[in-house]
Design a binder for this molecule. Sequence first.
Ligand code: C5P
Length: 211
Amino acid sequence: MRAVLTAGPTLEPIDPVRFLSNRSSGKQGYALAEALAALGFEVTLVSGPTALNDPPGVTTVRVETAREMLAAVQAALPADAFIAVAAVADWRPAETSDVKLKPEKAGFAALKLVENPDILRTIAALEPGARPRLVAGFAAETHDVLAHARAKRVRKGADWIFANDVSGDVMGGAHNTITLITPDGETSFGPAPKDEIARQIARRIHQALAR
Ligand code: C5P
């Protein structure tokens, strides 16, 4: 079986030396890619910039921006499962300057942003046949975690959402607590180390696809 995953942050350049990004370390996505490979999946991991080594047994494709991430995911399909773990920047600078911007210049203070493509929503909306049988995303939330995650599952057209409470030191930390939201019910994993959570989630994905 084939799985395509995204992980890490995206990096959206402002000029040659500045960018917009976020605090995602990539740990949970990398751990999940490794756990799926250990179960026999053929895994492509499309990763934003992280400090992590490529996971063993996984084809890792490194990208920077959300648009590059979407293109790399589309190139890696078809797959049985698509799991979006990346913390994709929702917005990017409307223009990237070829030269370093001067802070005193007008326009720098009011950086114009445009919306990035939603990778999860795009893949979930593919025609039957092209769409992976299982499309899942993560919902990192700091408050009303389950309510936001349930709404996100429906809004994005995903089959599953892993709700992730990031109000503590989850981003960059080694531990995580996750609630899997499916049309049939909800299951909690953790609190546990991210690699243990990854093994449990990987088994669940494997079971769902083997049915
Ligand atoms: O940012 P948000 O909380 O909406 O992300 C929820 C899910 O959607 C995550 O799985 C994330 O990887 C995915 N996502 C995406 N492309 C975006 C924004 C989010 O694939 N532009």
